[in-house]
Design a protein around this ligand. Structure first.
Ligand code: DGL
Length: 265
């Protein structure tokens, strides 16, 4: 790569929703993406396993000389970020804290809903992050394990997906949340359908958008922004099925993926 890139990693292709937001805000920045497609999903795995996989990926990205790392995967951010940050030699950002902060500035009633994978919700990472900033806020969490496969199937507006969302979101609506955090890489693709299911005034917070704003601030602060214009390069590494990654990934990214390289860790 001509310029040192931002490293972004995820369990698979969902993290491309984060890449899309970074590209929108930082069009000069090169991005090196790593999708662990051989071992996806992380959202149903133990914390120990997700930590082990995340550490291997961070080592890979550091060997590629990235200047900062964004943990796009909510599950990895929730269970592995503290461990990854302990021995870090470059800045590492996760999606949980930026999403929690954005939800706190959006809420008026102090009742925030969070949806995510089973592991993310079980970790209580969003709850802990929100409560560390404001102890008086109520957080209502809901695991939504069926949503990742539905999104990868492309059933974004399908009646089945809508019905599944109605079931998952009902308890949050009953608890009268006024803000909902999309705590999973795949959920931004469901934003429209989620809006249709939620009563009108509930605000949606997309952790992908929040972390993109934070990485921009961080690069500015650390003097790491690429000042050369129009020289951004994008590289994609996966651990399995590069063809599937390209096909489905282009839907997530909403632009073309030129080439995908398969690697083993
Ligand atoms: N990337 C994961 C997340 O954001 C969803 C897919 C998975 O379970 O690995 O939590």
């Amino acid at each position: 790569m001509v310029f040192s890139a931002i490293g972004v990693f995820d369990s698979g292709l969902g993290g491309l929703t984060v890449v899309r937001e970074i590209q929108r805000l930082l069009s000069n920045e090169s991005i090196l993406y790593f999708g662990d497609s051989a071992r996806v999903p992380y959202g149903t795995k133990s914390d120990e396993t997700v930590r082990k996989f995340s550490k291997e990926i961070v080592n890979f990205l550091i060997c590629k000389n990235v200047k900062a790392i964004v943990v796009a995967c909510n599950t990895a951010s929730a269970v592995a970020l503290d461990m990854l940050s302990e021995k870090r030699t470059i800045p590492i950002l996760g999606v949980v804290n930026p999403g929690a902060r954005a939800a706190l500035s959006a809420t008026r009633s102090g009742k925030i809903g969070v949806i995510g994978t089973t592991s993310t919700i079980q970790s209580n990472a969003y709850l802990a992050s929100i409560r560390s900033l404001d102890r008086n806020v109520t957080v209502v969490s809901q695991p939504c394990p069926l949503l990742v496969p539905l999104v990868e199937e492309g059933w974004l507006n399908h009646p089945v997906t809508k019905q599944v969302l109605e079931i998952y979101l009902q308890p949050l609506i009953e608890k009268k949340i006024d803000t909902l955090i999309l705590g999973c890489t795949h959920y931004p693709l469901l934003k429209q359908t989620i809006r249709e299911v939620l009563p009108h005034p509930i605000q949606i917070v997309d952790s992908a958008e929040s972390v993109a704003k934070d990485i921009k601030k961080l690069l500015l602060r650390e003097n790491l922004l690429n000042s050369e214009l129009n020289r951004a390069e994008y590289r994609y590494y996966v651990t399995d099925m590069p063809k599937r990654f390209k096909e489905i990934g282009e839907r997530f990214l909403q632009s073309t993926i030129d080439s995908v390289e398969m690697v083993s860790l």
